[in-house]
Structure formats: C-alpha cells, structure tokens
Design a protein around this ligand. Structure first.
Ligand code: SAM
Length: 264
C-alpha cells in the first residue's frame, strides 16, 4: 500500500473497491487508440486499469506528491502527467483534430466539481465524451428533468450542451477515506445545441441564473430585468410558472426574445 496521506483540501477520496473500479472502466469502454485524459489520477486507481486498455493516457493532477508517486510507477511513454490546477488547464491543447476527439474521465474532487463543469463546458468543442464520479446529489441534478426539485441552473446549462446519463450509484465504502455522501457515475456526451440555439449565449446564461436565484418566484418577477410579462406571454410561455417548470428549449426561447427586445 502507498504511504500517501489523503489531503482533504484536494478533495482526495481514493477508490479502493476493485469491483466498482472495473464497473467504471467497463462503462467507459476504453479503446487502444483513444485520446483520453484523466482529471485527478491520485494514486492511479483508475489510471492503471485504463492503461490496460488504452495505449497512452494524459492526466492532470495538482498534488506534487502524487505526481512524483505516479512518475516513479508508470512509464512516461504511457502516461503524460500535467502538473496543473484542472481549472486552469486548457484541454484544447490535447486535441489533435480540435473536433470532439478527447475523452475526459475522472473521480473528481467534489469541492470544485461545479467550477470544473463550467470550465469544461467552455471547451466542449474538443470533447467526445466525459465520465465522472461525482456526489450522487450532483449527478441527480445534472441528469434531472424539468418539474423536479433537482432541476436547476446547472441542469439547464449542462443539458443545453450535453446528453447526461446517470450510470450507477457508488457507496462511500468504495473509497478511502470514505466520503460522507453517496457518489454516482455520470456520462456526458456533447451534442449539437438543441433547437432553438441561443443567439447570445452570455445573455442566455445570465437569464437562467437570474431565474433560479429566486426558485419560488414566478418567472414574471424573477426575469423582469430581461423580459416583461407581456413579452414572456408572447412566446407562449406562462409568466406565472416557476423556474423549475421550464425546459432548456423554453429558456433559450426566452433568452432569444430578450435579445430582440433589448436590441430594439
Ligand atoms: N483518481 C483517484 C482515485 O479515484 O482514487 C483520485 C480521486 S480524488 C477524489 C481527486 C483527485 O483530484 C486527487 O488526486 C486530487 O489531488 C486531485 N485534485 C484536486 N484538486 C485538483 C485540481 N484543482 N486540479 C487537478 N487535480 C486536482
């Protein structure tokens, strides 16, 4: 066993259950020629079985001690280690074709999983698919449908870009140290933006954010800075609805109407 002491500030919960590790790898279905990057390889719990399947792997890790440990154990021809904060890492530099050729995997540090999602959303043009271990609650939100209590800003923004699939739940005992909560594996696959496409993406993001900052309020009130009740009604959407009742496409419709209104 390795002597590395898990660092809480780096969100280190190492996978130790080999059945779970095998199950994750089976769902990823790594192929020899895949262009793959692992976020937070840690002590290599996923890295090693992935390297049994792929010829080469990239990994982004912040903890220098873990980098040193992996460097001692895995040949650099197989594993290219990038010592970096994942939130600053430019995944586009890894892509060969710049078009959806990169597979991203990882048991993510839970303390920064939301910023990691938003960071990756900006780089999806090079991403083929993503498989992540996250807090179960986060996977539930990312894969939620409208009219559920889990449907929120993150669900809308991620599902605007990706198909999101809940693969399976992982109990705390699969890790050392055990986290306090259940975890789950999610698959995210970038797709062409749903129709209609947001004409002004930044405005769409601001409108969604604004709507969900007041979850219990009718959108007529919460998105007033963007659209009047009449303007909302003109799109065929009921202004008395709460934010969790609207689909991604309806948010896009509202944002596109706001573009026209604000531009007028
Ligand atoms: N993959 C290993 C496993 O499954 O056992 C470790 C997973 S552990 C939950 C998260 C990993 O992400 C740790 O290795 C940690 O050092 C690394 N990490 C934490 N914050 C990071 C950051 N900002 N950038 C890159 N790696 C980070």
């Amino acid at each position: 066993m390795s002597m590395h002491k898990a660092r809480k500030r780096f969100g280190q919960n190492f996978l130790t259950d080999h059945n779970i590790i095998d199950k994750i790898v089976r769902h990823i279905q790594p192929q020899p020629k895949d262009l793959m990057v692992e976020i937070g390889p840690g002590q290599g719990a996923l890295t090693r079985p992935l390297l049994d399947a792929v010829e080469h792997l990239h990994a982004v890790e912040l903890d220098r001690d873990l980098i040193a440990l992996l460097q001692r154990q895995i040949h650099p021809r197989r594993l290219t280690l990038h010592e970096s904060d994942v939130l600053k890492f430019d995944f586009r530099t890894l892509s060969a074709t710049k078009q959806h050729d990169l597979r991203v995997v990882g048991n993510l540090p839970y303390n920064i999983s939301t910023p990691i999602m938003f960071h990756l959303i900006e780089q999806l043009s090079v991403v083929k698919d993503m498989h992540f271990m996250l807090q179960k609650e986060m996977v539930t939100r990312l894969t939620a449908a409208p009219n559920s209590k889990h449907w929120g800003r993150l669900s809308v923004m991620v599902q605007y870009h990706c198909n999101a699939e809940y693969l399976f739940t992982v109990p705390p005992q699969a890790f050392s140290p055990a986290p306090k909560v259940d975890s789950a594996i999610i698959r995210l696959t970038p797709r062409d933006p749903i129709t209609p496409t947001a004409q002004d993406y930044a405005l769409f993001a601001r409108l969604v954010n604004q709507a969900f900052t007041q979850r219990r309020k009718a959108i007529r009130n919460s998105i007033k800075p963007f659209l009047s009740a009449e303007a909302i009604e003109s799109t065929g959407i009921d202004p008395s609805l709460r934010p969790d009742a609207l689909s991604v496409a309806q948010y896009v419709t509202l944002a596109n109407t706001a573009v026209t209104d604000l531009g007028a």
